[in-house]
Design a protein around this ligand. Structure first.
Ligand SMILES: Nc1ncnc2c1ncn2[C@@H]1O[C@H](COP(=O)(O)OP(=O)(O)OP(=O)(O)O)[C@@H](O)[C@H]1O
Length: 265
C-alpha cells in the first residue's frame, strides 16, 4: 500500500539490525513512530551509529528487522525502491562532477520520479529549490568550482527538489557559516511542516537540534539513550552519561534551550 499523501506519514522502526560484514552496529533497535510534519534530530557521540541508522533507512546497508513507512515495508526493497520514498543526503560532500548546480538539481529531480514531468515544470522546480536555499546565483556555476559550503548547499538542493516522503540529512550544516546554518535549519523545519514530511537530521550542535527539532533521539553504542522532546531528552544527566561532559541546560532570554558545557569528565 502506498503512503497516504493526505495524512502525515509514520515511520516505524522495529528490531532493526544493521552493520558492516559481520560487525553489527545496530542490534535490534526499535523506535516509536517517527511522524511527519516536524523535524526529528538524531544526536549522539562519534561512532554511535547515527550514519549507519540513516543508511539503513535509505537501504544503503544490509538491514534485518522492520522499517515500515505507513503500510509499506522498506526492508527488502532495492535501493531504487527505497529512493521512491526516501532521500538521503550523506555527510561527505558530493564528488566533483562536471555539472552545473542547476543541471545537478534537475538531474536529481528527474532520477527520483516514476512519472514524467514536463521540462518547464522540472526547470521551475529545480530553480525553486535553489531559490529556497538562496543559491539561485550559483545555478550556472560548475559543481567543481564551488567552495565547501556552497557544495553542501548544492547537495541539499538536490535532496529537497526530489520532494521525498522521508528526508534523511547527515550533518547537512557542517560546512556552513552561522547564517547558512540557521537558514538551512529554518528551511528544513518549514519543509517538514509544509509538506508534512518526515525529516531526520543528524546534528552535532545540540542547541541547534533543540531549537529546530520537535523530537530528539539520542543514540549511544547503536542503542537509544534518550528519546523525547528537547526538554525531555537533553538533560545534564544525559550529557554526563552519553557525552561524558559536565554541562548545564538552561533557557536563554528568548526561551531557547542552551547547553553550557563546563568540562569533559
Ligand atoms: N563502511 C564501514 N565499514 C566498517 N565499519 C564502519 C563503516 N562505517 C562505519 N563503520 C563503523 O560503524 C560504527 C558507527 O559508525 P557511524 O558512522 O554510524 O557513527 P556516527 O554516529 O555517524 O559517527 P560520527 O558522529 O563520528 O559521524 C563505527 O564504529 C564505525 O567505525
Amino acid at each position: 500500500m502506498a503512503p497516504n499523501p493526505l495524512a502525515a506519514p509514520r515511520l516505524v522502526i522495529d528490531a532493526l539490525s544493521a552493520g558492516y560484514g559481520k560487525r553489527r552496529i545496530l542490534d535490534g533497535l526499535s523506535l516509536p513512530a517517527i511522524e511527519g510534519g516536524g523535524v526529528t534530530a538524531l544526536i549522539g557521540p562519534n561512532a554511535a551509529g547515527k550514519t549507519t541508522l540513516l543508511r539503513a533507512l535509505a537501504g544503503l546497508v544490509p538491514a534485518k528487522g522492520s522499517i515500515r513507512l505507513d503500510g509499506t515495508e522498506l526492508t527488502g526493497l532495492s535501493v531504487a525502491g527505497h529512493a521512491r520514498f526516501v532521500t538521503y543526503m550523506p555527510q561527505a560532500l558530493p564528488q566533483r562532477v562536471a555539472l552545473t548546480v542547476f543541471e545537478a538539481t534537475l538531474s536529481a529531480l528527474m532520477s527520483a520520479r516514476d512519472e514524467t514531468i514536463s521540462t518547464p515544470e522540472a526547470h521551475a522546480r529545480a530553480l525553486a529549490a535553489l531559490e529556497r536555499l538562496g543559491i539561485a546565483d550559483l545555478a550556472l556555476r560548475g559543481l567543481d568550482e564551488l567552495s565547501g559550503g556552497q557544495r553542501q548547499l548544492a547537495s541539499l538542493a538536490q535532496s529537497i527538489v526530489r520532494e521525498p516522503t522521508v528526508l534523511l540529512l547527515d550533518e547537512p550544516t557542517s560546512a556552513l557559516d552561522i547564517h547558512h546554518q540557521l537558514r538551512v535549519m529554518q528551511l528544513v523545519e518549514e519543509l517538514a511542516r509544509e509538506r508534512a514530511i518526515i525529516v531526520v537530521i543528524v546534528l552535532h550542535d545540540i542547541a541547534q537540534a533543540a531549537r529546530y527539532a520537535r523530537r530528539i533521539v539520542v543514540l549511544e553504542n547503536g542503542a537509544i539513550a534518550a528519546d523525547g522532546t528537547p526538554h525531555e531528552a537533553i538533560t545534564p544527566q544525559m550529557l554526563a552519561r552519553v557525552y561524558r561532559v559536565e554541562a548545564r541546560v538552561e533557557a536563554c532570554s528568548r526561551g531557547f534551550l542552551q547547553v553550557i558545557v563546563d568540562r569533559a569528565v
